[in-house]
Design a protein around this ligand. Structure first.
Ligand code: BDR
Ligand code: CA
Length: 308
């Protein structure tokens, strides 16, 4: 039976790829897409969600909602250097007047998440691939309501490996450590997909030239444009590979056998300083299924197949 999901995202190039993967997968029914401040400011995130839905043109229109425009505490950081000015890298998608591939929710994302949790008790998987602010706001408002979610699958953190913002912290957790702390302590079943796993799945010139380019679909073209892949010189601009962080979180929901997990209790550093946003393993506390290994080949095959 297909799994009902909500995708909470901060679109972002890899978030955009995660949206394509989710909507192209019959194993999932995407009920809603919610936006949160992160890679780019919330206005750009919300516009990117709509642009991606215009590209995908889903048969079943999801509900979309704007979420938090800043972290619970501390300063906001963005990642324009990775995701470009708009957040969609070098891709250009124009929104056409009068064509809406979504249903707009008028309230904030945390309210929509709670409303859907009550509507589909123990059925919904919430896939969070941005900072966890929307989830924390919903938990503060109604912790019992949030317990009606079946599971949270979160892309974030670096557990036994280096961070990507500081040596200790990963972007999504560093952007709002307090929110991550609240979510990790919530007692809701959580699967965490940290850098330890996502750094094992990346696009290389081989995948771009041999597997993605020949597809010639609007989606394969989008991957080439958004990642800034130069087809003539067989290389990405300024980097060797593109990590598929957020698509892996979606992949782990589509086919949980793609990843191997360990059950750990985790603590998030919320105090400003060197270790801000760091995750450490601790003895006590709610248990979290942490993905540490992934069958990279199988995941990449799935990702590419769903670009058709
Ligand atoms: C995470 O941070 C963002 O830049 C990506 O979209 C991904 O969710 C990786 O650290
Ligand atoms: Ca993201």
């Amino acid at each position: 039976m297909a799994k009902k999901v909500i995708l909470d995202c901060d679109v972002g190039v890899d978030d955009a790829l995660a949206l394509i993967l989710a909507f192209h997968s019959p194993e999932l029914i995407v009920e809603a897409v919610t936006g949160v401040n992160g890679n780019v400011p919330l206005d750009s995130v919300f516009s990117n969600i709509q642009k991606m839905l215009s590209l995908i043109q889903p048969k079943r229109k999801p509900i979309i909602a704007r979420g938090a425009d800043r972290p619970l505490k501390g300063n906001t950081i963005h990642a324009h250097s990775v995701h470009g000015k708009t957040g969609l890298g070098e891709a250009k998608i124009d929104l056409r007047e009068g064509e809406e591939w979504w249903q707009k929710y008028l309230g904030p994302a945390d309210e929509l998440i709670l409303e859907l949790a009550y509507q589909f008790p123990d059925e919904l998987t919430l896939i969070a691939v941005g900072p966890l602010t929307n989830l924390a706001l919903a938990l503060k408002k109604d912790p019992e309501g949030m317990k009606k979610l079946k599971e949270l699958v979160i892309m974030g953190g670096s557990v036994r490996t280096r961070g990507n913002v500081t040596p200790y912290a990963e972007f999504n957790i560093f952007s709002d450590p307090l929110a991550a702390h609240i979510v990790f302590e919530s007692g809701i079943p959580i699967s965490l997909v940290p850098l330890d796993a996502t750094h094992q799945v990346f696009l290389t010139p081989y995948w771009m030239d041999e597997r993605i380019k020949p597809l010639h679909t609007p989606f394969s073209n989008f991957v080439i444009e958004a990642t800034g892949y130069d087809l003539s010189n067989h290389r990405f601009k300024n980097k060797d590979t593109i990590f598929l962080h957020d698509p892996l979180a979606v992949g782990a929901v589509i086919d949980p056998t793609i990843v191997k997990t360990e059950t750990l209790s985790l603590y998030v550093d919320v105090d400003e300083g060197e270790y801000y946003g760091r995750i450490t393993e601790v003895r006590d506390g709610p248990k979290i299924d942490v993905c540490l290994e992934v069958d990279a080949e199988r995941f990449l095959e799935l990702f590419v197949a769903r670009l058709r």
